[in-house]
Design a protein around this ligand. Structure first.
Ligand code: A3P
Length: 296
């Protein structure tokens, strides 16, 4: 910081209430589960829930940015120990935002960045179901197949929904933008499928990536809830606390025809993603290898 800025910096003001890491999304990949599991860790604290945007702060991606850094910092608790406490926030729309990476790196150049990925076709389908559950009229009026196969001659509202459904799934392009502003060593790509099936393994990897201590034993903290069909927080005895009804919805499988259409749509991006994993020296998730079966 410039000396002049130091001179006029208020004595009470610190940068302690800023996150050490961000979960950037995208939506519908398991980001809420990751957020809730991380919040169980004794050395990790999330931002306070925002009443205006489904609990997420959504600072770097939209109009909230104009509210300023004090507004942002007020979302974070005052850490009891700045060097060992890990503050974080999860805003799933940072992932595909053009402005979030440059803004985030300007304020948080040393932050670690976590993205969660599942097959982009499944992500798109989950997001469509989410829109229906929120009574989005276009999603209610058109089938998933109609949305993903919309053309230039289709009604503008249908095309707009298609863009919103498919856009975030261009994973390689979005991650490239983040990697323009952050070092590869600052980025962790979590396999959302593994997070769902074996969260303990994922949480061990996340703790290692963050370098957080003490090591928290997620084997004890989590349990599989047969009724919910998902991993949940273990409470006393055999009781559990799961995420709400809007996480882990029940809906019919995607048709093979629609899946084939989406495989084709995302093929180039998925190939780029495979190259990106190779470039980062990280193992690609099994779903990506299966999706591109036979591709180099
Ligand atoms: P579905 O409701 O389509 O199954 P996000 O929190 O990023 O919006 O992601 C929601 C998705 O998280 C859910 O999508 C669900 O599949 C997935 N998920 C992964 N682990 C979960 C868990 N332990 N509990 C509930 N949902 C979980």
């Amino acid at each position: 910081m410039w000396q002049r800025h130091k001179d006029i910096w208020s004595k009470e003001k610190t940068c302690d209430r800023l996150p050490k890491f961000l979960i950037i999304g995208p939506q519908k990949t398991g980001t809420t589960a990751l957020h809730s599991f991380l919040s169980l860790h004794p050395a990790i604290s999330s931002s306070f829930p925002s009443p205006i945007s489904y609990e997420e702060v959504q600072f770097f991606s939209g109009p909230n940015y104009q509210r300023g850094i004090d507004w942002y910092m007020d979302f974070f608790p005052i850490p009891s120990n700045v060097s060992t406490d890990f503050l974080f926030e999860k805003s799933a729309n940072y992932f595909d935002s053009e402005v979030a990476p440059p803004r985030a790196t300007a304020l948080l150049p040393r932050a670690k960045i976590i993205a969660v990925l599942i097959n982009p076709a499944d992500r798109a389908y989950s997001w469509y179901q989410h829109q229906r559950a929120h009574q989005d009229v276009v999603a209610l009026n058109y089938s998933f197949h109609e949305v993903v196969s919309a053309r230039r001659s289709s009604p503008p509202a249908l095309q707009a929904l298609q863009r919103r459904i498919l856009g975030p799934g261009a994973y390689a392009s979005h991650l490239d933008r983040w990697l323009h502003h952050y070092q590869p060593s600052q980025l962790l790509i979590v396999d959302g499928v593994l997070l769902r099936s074996n969260p303990v393994q994922v949480m061990n990897g996340v703790q290692k990536f963050l370098g957080v201590t003490p090591h928290y034993n997620y084997t004890q903290a989590l349990m599989f809830d047969e009724t919910k069909g998902f991993w949940c927080q273990r409470l006393d005895g055999a009781r559990s606390r799961c995420l709400g009804k809007s996480k882990g919805r029940k809906y019919p499988d995607m048709s093979a025809e629609t899946r084939a259409l989406l495989s084709e749509h995302y093929r180039e991006q998925n190939l780029e993603l495979l190259r990106l994993f190779n470039r980062l020296g990280q193992a690609p998730p099994p779903w990506l290898r299966e999706e591109l079966h036979g591709a180099s």
